[in-house]
Design a protein around this ligand. Structure first.
Ligand code: GLN
Length: 276
């Protein structure tokens, strides 16, 4: 198989960025970088590993799970079907947290998944520490490996809890911030999403009937752990800002800002206490 055959097969499977993905697969499975590819475009690249990976990708299994790792912010994360694949849109939340957290801050990351939010913030802000809540033991173990891999394990406290049914307090000391990218897709919308999404954990996507189930629980049961000056940064669906901004005051919070993602869509909500 040549590079152009690889591109063609990916394209035929309906993959938009076929050339980009072909390049990534080649580098990962055959050690062929851009230079080597361009200097010999007709080289025969046949290998069982590449063929296996290609077949999975043709079946629209996510590229990130095939590779087993993915870059997010300035770090690389181990990923597997136990976690949601880190999205570049979530980097907006990470950037804002890095900017806003006071010196020496302690924060929580709810529904930590791969751990990407907490870990990227911790890596950029060595003065901070975090508690990372996650429902599924295998997912939390993955987050811990990612904390280790990125050198922040000593400031990363894992907490295995179901956000919707907590059994222990989130923290003994008041927190400076709560960060979260909770599941937020309305249950009825799930079946119409891209085929790759069906390989991701449904529990990481399903936000209940109106998609707002987790936000209500966060405001109701977790916002109380914040210092009076504390804030929330929540990733949201593109059409959820208005509903959440009108929901927040019922829980004593107000919306400071809605941040947009690289595609110009509403993506992150910054909330603070009404009386702060
Ligand atoms: N916090 C993780 C992320 O942003 C997982 C989010 C989730 O599972 N909903 O990728």
């Amino acid at each position: 198989m040549t590079y152009s055959e690889l591109c063609r097969r990916l394209f035929a499977a309906g993959i938009e960025n076929a050339q980009g993905e072909a390049a990534i697969l080649l580098e990962h499975f055959c050690g062929i970088d851009a230079m080597a590819r361009l200097s010999d475009p007709e080289a025969d690249l046949t290998s069982p590993e590449l063929e296996g990976a290609l077949q999975k990708r043709e079946a629209r299994y996510p590229l990130q799970y095939i590779l087993g790792e993915w870059d997010f912010y300035r770090q690389t994360y181990e990923v597997c079907p136990d976690c949601l694949i880190p999205r570049s849109d979530t980097e907006i939340l990470v950037e804002e947290a890095i900017r806003l957290l006071p010196f020496d801050a302690r924060f929580a990351d709810l529904c930590t998944g791969s751990g990407c939010i907490a870990i990227s913030v911790l890596a950029e802000r060595p003065d901070t520490s975090a508690v990372a809540l996650e429902k599924f033991p295998a997912t939390l173990a993955l987050a811990c490996r990612n904390a280790e891999r990125n050198g922040v394990a000593n400031r990363f406290s894992p907490l295995r809890e179901d956000l919707l049914a907590p059994t222990r307090p989130l923290s003994d000391e008041p927190l400076d911030a709560i960060l979260s990218n909770p599941p937020y897709i309305p249950t009825s919308v799930l079946p119409s999403l891209a085929p790759e999404l069906s390989a991701e954990p449904r529990a990481a996507l399903d936000g209940g009937e109106d998609g707002l189930l987790f936000y209500r629980a966060i405001l109701r049961d977790y916002a109380r752990y914040l210092k009076p000056s504390g804030f929330l940064l929540l990733e949201i669906g593109y059409d959820q800002a208005e509903a959440l901004c009108s929901l927040a005051p019922q829980y004593g919070f107000s919306c400071v800002r809605v941040l947009r993602d690289y595609g110009g869509q509403d993506r992150v909500l910054h909330l603070k206490r009404l009386d702060a």
